[in-house]
Ligand binder design. Structure first.
Ligand code: RB5
Length: 148
């Protein structure tokens, strides 16, 4: 499994913890930045990670900012990306099972590192259920090909 990660300055500390967790668990992970604490713009990192997922160069994306919200807003504009902001375990599993989410967005100002680590593990280890959800996910993907 290959994961690409990104954060702005507000998500840097949590992203570092999670990247380390991914490496220790044997997953391949690439950190696309930011790597320093200076203020940066979250859209740059959301686009970089989302493009890698969209292109099939990564199985999953991980984006961390202050809230996770801005990252998700940007990532979801890239075709093929289904980014979810998650702050508890139930949604981490459900958005994989039902939405086939492929980018996890976390807020460093919202969740502590212990909870974030649990959310990440649940997200990465929970399979998409397909079945009745496939038509609905297909409807999301159809929006990439249409003006609505
Ligand atoms: C940065 O201050 C903050 O706005 C950003 O990290 C994020 O929370 C935006 O959604």
């Amino acid at each position: 499994m290959r994961v690409v990660a990104g954060s702005d300055h507000a998500g840097l500390s949590l992203k570092k913890v999670l990247v380390e967790q991914l490496r220790k668990s044997g997953r391949e992970v690439e950190d696309l930045g930011t790597l320093e604490s200076a203020s940066v713009d979250y859209p740059d990192y959301a686009v970089a990670v989302a493009r890698q997922v969209s292109a099939g160069n990564a199985d999953f994306g991980l984006l961390v900012c202050g809230t996770g919200q801005g990252m998700a807003m940007v990532a979801n504009r890239i075709p093929g990306v289904r980014a979810a902001v998650v702050s508890e375990g139930f949604t981490a599993a459900a958005t994989r099972q039902h939405n086939d989410a492929n980018v996890l967005c976390l807020g460093e100002r919202v969740v502590g590192p212990g909870l974030a680590a649990q959310i990440l593990e649940i997200f990465l280890s929970t399979p998409y259920e397909g079945g009745r959800h496939a038509r609905r996910v297909g409807m999301i993907q159809a929006l990439d090909r249409k003006d609505v």
